[in-house]
Ligand binder design. Structure first.
Ligand SMILES: [Zn+2]
Length: 252
């Protein structure tokens, strides 16, 4: 469970920026735009000691330079020349300490070639960006199904109670698609009901947990016999099943 305060800051139409709050300062994760972050930190009278970036897409880094210049924040992200400004590049196996919390870095290529995720074992939380979504995964802009499947399997190996904080509120669309490919999954059908209720009330569906995702996220269930049968792929290789689900979702 989270011991630090983790604040969700909605940005653009469906992005989430996260604040990891520690006393009077915070770390900001994936600030796609500075405005909503400035509002959220000013009402709490916070400084921004650190900025963590999961990948180079503009809806995740667009506010980074402005915030870093204003607050003198230390920026950490993946080694990628498409990220402007000064920052510390990290990759698989590195650790980053922000606000007294140590995060382990996973390389999770697939959505982009250099995408990373930040995991705190002590806090039991994963900042997954656009790799693992609640009930889905990111589009494969720069990676193969095999790469993304391997990336998600790494994350799926984390403890079941790990809370997942992903980069977008895509959960309702993801869950509706998931039911279309995995209709016999009772946990998934039940989850869709909960998600519909939350969204009808204007509530976020974040965080979910690794255990919940393993039970309901089709991209983590490529070896499930009922899902394979529903796809007409009984006994197929997990990566081929993953590729089929991803291509159906792209056309959904
Ligand atoms: Zn992205």
């Amino acid at each position: 469970m989270i011991n630090c305060e983790l604040v969700l800051v909605p940005a653009f139409a469906d992005n989430y920026v996260y604040l990891i709050v520690n006393g009077e300062t915070c770390a900001v994760v994936d600030p796609g735009e500075a405005g909503p972050v400035r509002k959220a930190i000013s009402v709490r009278h916070l400084n921004v000691s650190d900025i963590l970036l999961t990948h180079h897409h503009s809806d995740h880094i667009g506010g980074c330079l402005e915030l870093a210049q204003t607050f003198g924040s230390a920026v950490t992200g993946p080694a990628d020349p498409r990220i402007p400004g000064e920052f510390k590049a990290v990759g698989e196996g590195d650790t980053v300490a922000v606000g007294g919390i140590e995060f382990y870095v996973f390389a999770v290529p697939g959505h982009t070639s250099t995408h990373i995720a930040f995991y705190s074992a002590a806090e039991g939380c994963l900042l997954s960006g656009d790799s693992l979504f609640a009930c889905g995964c990111g589009r494969l802009f720069e990676g193969s199904p095999a790469e993304m499947h391997a990336s998600l399997q790494k994350l799926a190996a984390l403890p079941d109670d790990t809370e997942i904080y992903c980069g977008h509120e895509y959960t309702l669309n993801n869950a509706e698609f998931a039911v279309s490919v995995d209709p016999e999954n009772e946990d998934l059908v039940e989850r869709l009901g909960v998600i519909r209720q939350l969204r009808a009330e204007g509530q976020p569906t974040i965080p979910s947990t690794i255990g919940e995702e393993k039970a309901t996220n089709p991209f983590l269930r490529c070896e499930d016999a009922a899902l394979q049968a529903a796809l007409g792929l009984s006994g197929a290789d997990a990566v081929d099943v993953f590729a089929e689900i991803r291509s159906r979702k792209d056309a959904w």
